[in-house]
Design a binder for this molecule. Structure first.
Ligand SMILES: CC(C)(COP(=O)(O)OP(=O)(O)OC[C@H]1O[C@@H](n2cnc3c(N)ncnc32)[C@H](O)[C@@H]1OP(=O)(O)O)[C@@H](O)C(=O)NCCC(=O)NCCS
Length: 422
């Protein structure tokens, strides 16, 4: 497997050989963009991160704490880069980028009627931040342009980014200035973790799969899903992956006599569903700021009641006003008339796992057309109905292949959201 460092030589050469500083009017301040150096930039980057809200300001805002590791949100990707912008000695902005191979379409296998995935090299931009004191000076634009240079040098065919649809600054920067177009609008569904455990249906059995079994199931059933990562095995084997869980009707399969994925695929029950759990809590924490004292007190009261009277199963509001951790549910899918019931059981199971591990919320992200979406419990107030993904084709000279220009393709029913990039 390649590491982030392997592919960075192009950028390092470019930085050695080129004038990186640029100036702009009217203030004529000099801004330098260069590769992040963990030995000297960590503190400055965290300082910017702490004062940068994610999403529109003015309402409740979400802040991120990276636990002293600014690379944490990209380090699990096969190839990654982080750039910082500085004025003098001061860090004023940063951007992260990563590249991997994903499914962008499907075609019929040459022999037979089986659909097979079409892969492309895709880059992803995340964690773009410019200090509030240095905005509208062209720094965000410069950071995007520089990371795109690195994407091109490393052969990425497309780049995409995700933002809240009402984050005007971010949407305008990418669509008006950088040539991205609005591509998909999946939903981030967030459910609180209550003080009491949730009941799982007695008619459903949940089986924990070994990573190799999970990989076979995913590759067989989901490889043609848009954004499916070709290196799904490294996701499933990552230490942050807490497991893949399969739900089946009671009596069809049992954990103690599980015959393995090949047998299951040859003889599946009428309905089944699976999902995997990713431990974001150990990577970074979030915090909601801007809530009134009244709201905080109300939320606290619901928690006290839930703790005091757990048998009533009151829907308590978790403490999101202090740094909190969460689990991300990925690779959610299933088949059969009872697939929704299976998903509900899996979500209750995942809730209880998150509760035992001290998380305040459980989140997932699914396509706006996902058929299993209605079975995923979530609170609207915590969720984001339309997470806007914008996409750009990096090289016009790439052949269209069987998929054509991916940026113009219609959405499928499902997407695979890679937990490494959430
Ligand atoms: C989004 C963000 C990175 C922009 O950084 P920036 O350095 O201020 O952006 P630039 O100065 O390079 O702006 C380039 C263009 O983006 C657009 N833009 C930037 N901020 C804007 C705003 N507040 N309102 C409208 N358009 C805006 C404009 O088209 C601008 O060009 P112009 O100044 O010629 O009109 C910055 O606002 C930020 O850090 N926000 C908080 C974190 C965040 O939301 N990150 C994005 C998540 S993907």
């Amino acid at each position: 497997m390649r590491t982030g460092r392997d592919n960075r030589t192009g950028l390092v050469d470019m930085m050695r050989g080129e004038e990186l500083a640029f100036a702009f009017s009217p203030t004529m301040v000099e801004v330098t963009v260069r590769e992040f150096d963990p030995n000297k930039d960590s503190e400055g980057v965290e300082a910017v991160e702490r004062i940068c809200e994610v999403g529109p300001s003015g309402k409740l805002s979400l802040f991120t704490d990276l636990h002293g590791d600014p690379i944490c949100r990209v380090r699990n990707s096969p190839t990654f880069l982080m750039l910082v912008a500085e004025i003098g000695q001061e860090t004023v902005g940063m951007i992260r980028g990563c590249i991997k191979t994903v499914t962008c379409g499907k075609k019929l296998h040459r022999h037979g009627s089986k659909q097979v995935p079409i892969y492309t090299k895709l880059a992803y931009i995340l964690g773009l931040r410019v200090s509030p004191h240095h905005r509208r000076m062209g720094i965000g634009l410069k950071l995007v342009q520089r990371v795109e240079e690195w994407f091109r040098e490393n052969g990425a065919e497309y780049a995409y980014m995700a933002t809240e649809k009402d984050n005007v600054a971010s949407v305008k920067l990418f669509t008006d200035k950088c040539g991205y177009s609005k591509f998909r609008t999946p939903s981030i569904l967030v459910n609180p973790v209550f003080g009491h455990p949730l009941r799982t249906s007695s008619k459903v059995t949940i089986i924990r799969l070994a990573p190799n079994d999970a990989e076979l199931l995913y590759r067989t059933k989901f490889a043609t899903t848009e954004f499916f990562p070709r290196d799904v095995d490294s996701v499933l084997n990552n230490n942050l992956s807490l497991g893949t869980f399969l739900a089946v009707p009671r009596g069809s399969y049992r954990p103690d006599t599980w015959p393995g994925a090949p047998h299951f695929l040859a003889d599946p029950p009428s309905s089944w569903a699976l999902l995997s759990v990713w431990n974001c809590k150990d990577v970074f924490t979030l915090q909601v700021r801007g809530a009134s004292r009244v709201k905080k007190t109300l939320a606290k009261t619901t928690r006290l009641l839930d703790r005091a009277l757990p048998w009533l199963r009151l829907p308590s509001i978790p403490n999101l006003f202090q740094p909190f951790g969460f689990h991300f549910l990925y690779g959610l899918g299933g088949e059969g008339p009872q697939a929704q019931k299976m998903v509900r059981a899996l979500c209750a199971f995942a809730h209880n796992l998150a509760k035992d591990r001290g998380c305040q919320v459980v989140a997932t992200e699914v396509s706006s057309q996902e058929p299993l979406r209605c079975a995923i419990p979530h609170w609207k107030i915590l969720s984001c109905e339309e997470d806007l993904w914008c996409m750009k084709r990096l090289g016009e000279d790439y052949s269209d292949g069987s998929v054509g220009d991916w940026t113009k393709s219609p959405p499928g029913f499902s997407i695979f959201v890679d937990p490494r990039e959430f």
